[in-house]
Design a protein around this ligand. Structure first.
Ligand code: NAD
Ligand code: ZN
Length: 301
């Protein structure tokens, strides 16, 4: 099944889990979340694939229509897959780009962007790579898993094991130690964004292959980005955890540690995550319904 068909199937399946706004309005969990948020100054929002489900973008693990039920990650989203068949990997990412480009931010993304008018600080920490928070107007978005529409140099772990390569200062891919930065190379610094099928894009400085700037399976997160996420979550008053199954380490530890530091942690998810023991409030419903309603309640409308 191609990704566009997959995503329209998903739209159908999430409709069944949606609860009506009228039912939710009287839900004690929502009322409690609104009352916690009314006193907050610093709000952090940790989002996962479920945040974009109502924009028509499939989550990874949904029983029906989940991306990895249809595609084998080892063939399209690992460094080894890129080494074996970069064209296949680039074609898959190009399809994902088309899907994400055609999608629109949903009412939940817009509600989070509008929170910037209500609270002195709102920072989004997202596992999503679709750019929908930014398109909705959120100004501070930390992308834990990168960005689908950006490219970076390919770094080959095997090359690190056998030699001592350096990182290219332009694309961050690994390259030969002989390729060192010279001021006249500044023309090589261009923003690589396009994927043209049939060719592997190359860095203008080191000529190394370029790949999508997203975190694949068997790869670690950027330690600086992760460190920033821990600090933001630990230092906020309220952490909203939206649309994530919290099955991916180390992100799953973020709400747990924030709660330990005294942060109120609120979950919004139609199927609550398995993790327990640290939630202040759990709202079992879809984010595009809950978030606008929360805004109304915070404003006493
Ligand atoms: P996941 O697939 O493991 O979990 C998705 C979660 O969203 C589930 O808990 C599900 O119950 C919940 N959900 C489904 N519909 C929802 C809705 N309408 N409102 C609120 N919640 C809803 O995804 P994950 O926890 O984000 O982690 C897996 C990885 O998925 C991340 O690495 C992320 O990069 C990647 N991903 C991103 C996108 C995207 O950018 N839009 C899409 C698919 C996967
Ligand atoms: Zn380079």
């Amino acid at each position: 099944m191609n990704p566009s068909k997959l995503f329209s199937n998903l739209k159908r399946s999430f409709r069944q889990t949606v609860k009506s706004q009228a039912t939710l309005q009287a839900n004690p969990a929502i009322l409690e979340a609104a009352s916690i948020l009314r006193t907050a100054k610093k709000v952090a929002v940790l989002t996962g694939a479920g945040m974009s489900a109502e924009s028509g973008i499939a989550t990874f693990r949904a029983k029906e229509g989940g991306i990895w039920k249809e595609f084998d990650p080892s063939e399209v989203a690992t460094p080894d897959a890129f080494k074996k068949d970069p064209h296949k990997v680039l074609a898959w990412h190009q399809e994902m780009r088309v899907t994400c480009q055609d999608a629109e931010p949903n009412a939940g993304h817009h509600a989070i962007a509008r929170m910037q008018e209500l609270f002195p600080e709102v920072i989004v920490i997202t596992q999503n790579i679709d750019g929908l928070h930014q398109r909705a107007g959120s100004k501070f978005v930390l992308e834990l898993h990168g960005h689908l529409f950006r490219m970076k140099g390919f770094c080959d772990a095997a090359m690190h094991e056998s030699a001592s390569p350096v990182h290219c200062p332009v694309c961050r891919g690994c390259t030969s130690p002989r390729i060192i930065w010279q001021p006249e190379h500044k023309d090589a610094i261009v923003e690589f964004t396009e994927i043209h099928l049939g060719e592997v894009p190359r860095c203008l400085h080191c000529s190394g292959p370029l790949r999508p700037d997203v975190v694949w399976f068997n790869e670690g997160l950027d330690p600086y980005v992760l460190d920033a996420a821990w600090n933001i979550a630990d230092g906020c008053d309220v952490l909203l955890v939206i649309g994530t199954s919290l099955q991916v380490q180390p992100v799953s530890g973020i709400p747990w540690r924030a709660a330990y530091k005294g942060v109120k942690v609120i979950e919004i998810n139609p199927e609550p995550a398995e993790a327990t023991g640290f939630w202040s409030v759990r709202i079992q419903a879809c984010s595009a319904l809950v978030l606008p309603l929360l805004l109304k309640l915070i404003n006493n409308e």
